[in-house]
Structure formats: structure tokens, C-alpha cells
Design a protein around this ligand. Structure first.
Ligand code: AHR
Length: 524
């Protein structure tokens, strides 16, 4: 019986698809041809008061048995430091347009409600000082989203005065009494969130008039931010490619072009989630190649959206003074069974790693205009970097991509030409290989290469000019299946492995595993 089983196994193995032949892809990189700076701010994060994103994910309180510094999880901070998070957008999202900052400062923290996200109690124990402490521990900059929906310009103006003034005003004294004598640095100010939807269902014209008021009165008084490092104001921008969003971008950018001395803006936001069907969202676990191909096809729509809204911005701002800030992006799947649907808790698979790389590559190729982005969201919500379960923490495949991409922070884009080839599944055909090259701040040439094809490896041959190299080394991220995930029981299933390649006669040859993301640097 055992022998028969053994024979059958061999027969079945023999009938299985033969190992797929590697496909050849030729690329050319000339390191002497420099493009725009890939702003490190495109690797920004988003932390909303939503589900376990802030409470449990970041904040456990000073009395928690989970190791913490002033209530903030040490494990999460250490992991975020390692990916050099440049900025964190907070407190929302839809939450921001119902947030009243006074409830989150001082000794009395009233319990309020979070109607957007599960209707749960918001304890307000994580407020302004806790957020500023958190980003300080991480080494990131503050991106505050102020309440334009249910708040007032006065409330927002007072928040900024509270945070930033060095003068002994009543608000400054309150800040000092609450433990922070020095003015805080606020690098970015988001003026509203999705004001065309959860942020108040405003018309473009109504929003533009709000934008002018908030831009004028919500001032940053930090003496160190008056000449240099000025706070950048980010206006609400489009949420997709529909005509109403074309109209929105047109209205805001037209107003910008004819602005008077009394108001200004430095960024326009763009929100775009990877969702195929909002009513019946894809699962984040237990899917196959069909769902893998569908999601990746959908995510590549980011290219068209960025191009479309950049073109409108070019009409009104040809000098590209206003940045396109993709401050909400990522995959939005069905909540994991058993979780509170309002908490947007999903798993994160190898598919998400590939998706993240494709989007970061799009931002890098548009580096002149896209100078900031924030993946949604940082911990325990949507396409997270980190998942936690009480004292346990795991790093997701998306986290690993962000870590592998650290050398691209503030690197100089280098054009790379290649024939991507195609990957087809059913009626979906996608470019098979994607690549971006950049000169890092370390002076090295860096390449990121993604093989979208889950079945065939790719044999890449990179013709290098403008750089003397004999070898290349880096890391590659792949896993047994498109839906492989890291779990608390098996947290290393999707984790990067070292990879190296030879360079001979100015040619670098490297094999890309199926469904993989590889980052290498070229050197001697
Ligand atoms: O990230 C979740 C939600 O998605 C945000 O609160 C909102 O801005 C967007 O619709």
C-alpha cells in the first residue's frame, strides 16, 4: 500500500506543471543621467484613530506590562525606526474631521465616541502630546490633519498656536504646564480630509473658500519654521478618476493660480485605494492567482490617476510648486472574519508586497510632482506595516518592502529602459517586470526589480553605463504562494533573503524569482 502511494505520488509529481522556463528581460541604466529627487516623504505613514491602529497598535499606556516608553510600545517604535518613517499623518482620515484637540490635552480626558469606526469609545488618552512624543521616538515629522468638517478655523488656529508658539500666551502656558516648554515642529498641515465625502460633502467651490480661510488663519508660530523648514499646507484633492474629481482638482488648482498674498498651499492630496468592488471586497487571505492578478491590475491604475491629476496641476502650476501628496493609498480588503468590521483589520500577503513595490515605483517615476505619500495605514489597519496581538507583534510583507526601499529615500532617480514583457492570467495581462533605478545618498546605484509573474522566473540582464561595477548585492522578497502571510505563529514566512549577482563587461545578470521584489546595489 505504501509503495503504491509512493508510486502515485511520483506520477502526480510527474504530471504537475514542469518548472517554468525563465524569461529574459533586458534593461539599460545610465547612472550618469540624473532625474528628480525621490523625496523620502513618499514613504510616509498614516495613523488614524481607527480600530487597533492607535490604541494597542501604538499606545498601551504607561502601566501596561507591554514594554513601553511613556505609554508607547517599544517594539513598534523600534520597527518603525528601522524603516526610517519620514512622516506620520494623524489623527485621520474621517476621524480628523470630528476630532476636537482640546479633549486630548491636559489631565482630564473625556471619553467621546468614534462614530466613523465602529462607534466605539474614544478615550482621548492618546492626544497631541502623546502623538508628538510618538513621532519623536520614531524620528518622523508631524503631518497634522485639522478639522475642517465639524470644527472651526478658530479651533484649528488655536491648536497650532498651542503647539508652536514660543511667546508666553495663555495657550503657550497651557502647553508648558502640560509638559512641553519648547514649541513643537509641525512640518505638514492637512486642511481637511476627503471634504467631498466624509469630510462634509462639500462642493469644490465651498471647499476652496474653506481652504483660503484655514490657510490664512491656521498659522505656525515656531520661530525655527519662519524662514526655513516652513510648514507645508496640503489641500484636499481628488479621490479617484471620475469627472467630479477632475472638477475638484481643476477648482482647487485654478484658485491656487489666482491666489492673492493672503493665502497659499504647497500640496494637493490624492486618495486612491486598491479595491476592485467596494460592495464585495477581495479577501486578504486564502485567495488564488485570479485574485492576485485582479488586485495587481487594479493597483496599476495609480499610474493613470497620478498622470491625469498631474496634467491638470501642470496647467495651473507649471513650475510644480505644489506637490501631489498621495496621502492615502494601499489595498483595502474585506475585514478578517471575526474582527469588528469597523476596525478595517486585514492580513497582509506577498501580494501586498508586490502591490507596494509597484505603487512606490509609480511615485518614484513621478518624483517631480509626487513628493509625499502615506500608506494606509501604519499598524493593524488596512495595508499595515505591523500587526499586533496584545504583547505580540509581527512585520508584514509590506513592511519588508518599505525596509528594502530605504536606500531610495532622497535618492536621485536614474532613468531605466526595459521591455517589461507580459504576464497573463485569464483575461488579465499585466507588465511582467517593473524596475526603478536611483543614485542613493550613499553614492551607490540602486535598482529595484519586481517580477509580477507568479509562475515564471525572469532572467534579467542589465546593461550598465556611467558606473564601474564588478558585483551587485541586496535582498529579495518572495514566498511559496501569492497569499503567503506572516502570522504570530509563523512570523518569518515572507521575509527578505540575501541575493547577489555578478557584473561582467558592464552587464549585470540576475534571476528574479516568480512573484518577487528585489532591491540591489551595484558596486565594486
Ligand atoms: O483609511 C480609512 C479611511 O479611508 C479614511 O478615514 C478616509 O479618509 C478614507 O475614506
Amino acid at each position: 500500500m505504501r509503495a503504491l502511494f509512493f508510486c502515485l505520488t511520483l506520477i502526480v509529481a510527474g504530471l504537475a506543471a514542469p518548472p517554468a522556463a525563465a524569461q529574459k528581460v533586458e534593461l539599460s541604466v545610465d547612472a550618469s543621467k540624473a532625474g528628480a529627487k525621490i523625496d523620502r516623504q513618499i514613504f510616509g505613514q498614516f495613523a488614524e484613530h481607527l480600530g487597533k491602529g492607535v490604541y494597542e497598535g501604538i499606545w498601551v499606556g504607561p502601566d501596561s506590562p507591554i514594554p513601553n516608553t511613556r505609554g508607547i510600545r517599544n517594539d513598534v517604535v523600534a520597527a518603525l525606526r528601522a524603516i526610517k518613517v519620514p512622516n506620520v499623518r494623524w489623527p485621520g482620515g474621517c476621524f480628523a474631521d470630528e476630532y476636537h484637540w482640546r479633549k486630548g490635552v491636559g489631565p482630564l480626558r473625556p471619553e467621546t465616541l468614534n462614530p466613523n469606526w465602529g462607534g466605539v469609545i474614544e478615550p482621548n488618552t492618546f492626544g497631541t502630546h502623546e502623538f508628538m512624543d510618538f513621532i519623536d521616538q520614531v524620528g518622523a515629522e508631524a503631518f497634522l490633519s485639522v478639522n475642517v468638517g465639524s470644527g472651526t478655523p478658530q479651533e484649528a488656529a488655536e491648536w497650532l498656536e498651542y503647539l508652536t508658539t514660543a511667546q508666553p500666551t495663555a495657550l503657550q502656558k497651557e502647553r508648558v504646564a502640560n509638559g512641553h516648554p519648547a514649541p513643537y515642529k509641525i512640518a505638514y498641515l492637512g486642511i481637511g480630509n476627503e471634504s467631498w465625502d466624509c469630510g462634509g460633502n462639500m462642493t469644490p467651490d465651498y471647499y476652496v473658500s474653506q481652504l483660503k480661510i484655514y490657510s490664512r488663519f491656521v498659522r505656525n508660530f515656531n520661530p525655527a519654521q519662519q524662514e526655513k523648514e516652513k510648514m507645508l499646507r496640503i489641500a484636499v484633492g481628488p479621490g479617484g478618476g471620475e469627472p467630479r474629481f477632475t472638477e475638484w482638482t481643476e477648482a482647487v488648482m485654478k484658485a491656487y493660480q489666482s491666489r492673492q498674498w493672503s493665502w497659499d498651499m504647497e500640496g494637493l492630496s490624492l486618495h486612491n485605494y486598491t479595491v476592485v468592488n467596494w460592495e464585495k471586497k477581495h479577501a486578504s487571505v486564502g485567495f488564488g492567482e485570479a485574485e492576485y492578478a485582479q488586485i495587481l491590475k487594479k493597483t496599476l491604475e495609480m499610474e493613470g490617476l497620478v498622470s491625469k491629476h498631474s496634467a491638470i496641476m501642470d496647467k495651473y502650476d507649471p513650475q510644480k510648486r505644489v506637490a501631489l501628496v498621495v496621502d492615502e493609498w494601499g489595498a483595502w480588503y474585506a475585514p478578517l472574519p471575526g474582527s469588528n468590521p469597523g476596525f478595517l483589520y486585514q492580513q497582509n500577503s506577498l501580494r501586498d508586497a508586490v502591490l507596494a513595490a509597484l505603487n512606490l515605483n509609480i511615485f518614484a517615476r513621478h518624483a517631480e510632482r509626487v513628493r509625499m505619500a502615506n500608506i494606509a495605514q501604519m499598524v493593524n489597519v488596512l495595508q499595515a506595516m505591523i500587526l499586533t496581538d496584545k504583547e505580540k507583534m509581527l512585520l508584514t510583507p509590506t513592511y519588508h518592502v518599505f525596509k528594502m526601499y530605504v536606500p531610495f529615500q532622497d535618492a536621485t532617480f536614474v532613468p531605466v529602459t526595459f521591455n517589461a514583457g507580459t504576464y497573463t492570467h485569464g483575461d488579465i495581462t499585466l507588465p511582467r517586470v517593473d524596475a526603478v533605478a536611483a543614485k542613493g545618498t550613499d553614492g551607490r546605484l540602486w535598482l529595484t526589480l519586481t517580477n509580477v509573474d507568479p509562475n515564471r522566473p525572469a532572467e534579467v540582464e542589465v546593461r550598465l553605463a556611467g558606473v564601474t561595477a564588478t558585483s551587485a548585492a541586496g535582498e529579495t522578497l518572495t514566498a511559496p504562494k501569492v497569499d503567503s502571510v506572516n502570522t504570530f505563529e509563523a512570523p518569518q514566512t515572507v521575509t527578505p533573503k540575501p541575493v547577489s549577482a555578478k557584473v561582467q563587461g558592464g552587464k549585470l545578470t540576475l534571476r528574479l524569482e516568480p512573484k518577487s521584489v528585489t532591491v540591489i546595489s551595484v558596486g565594486r
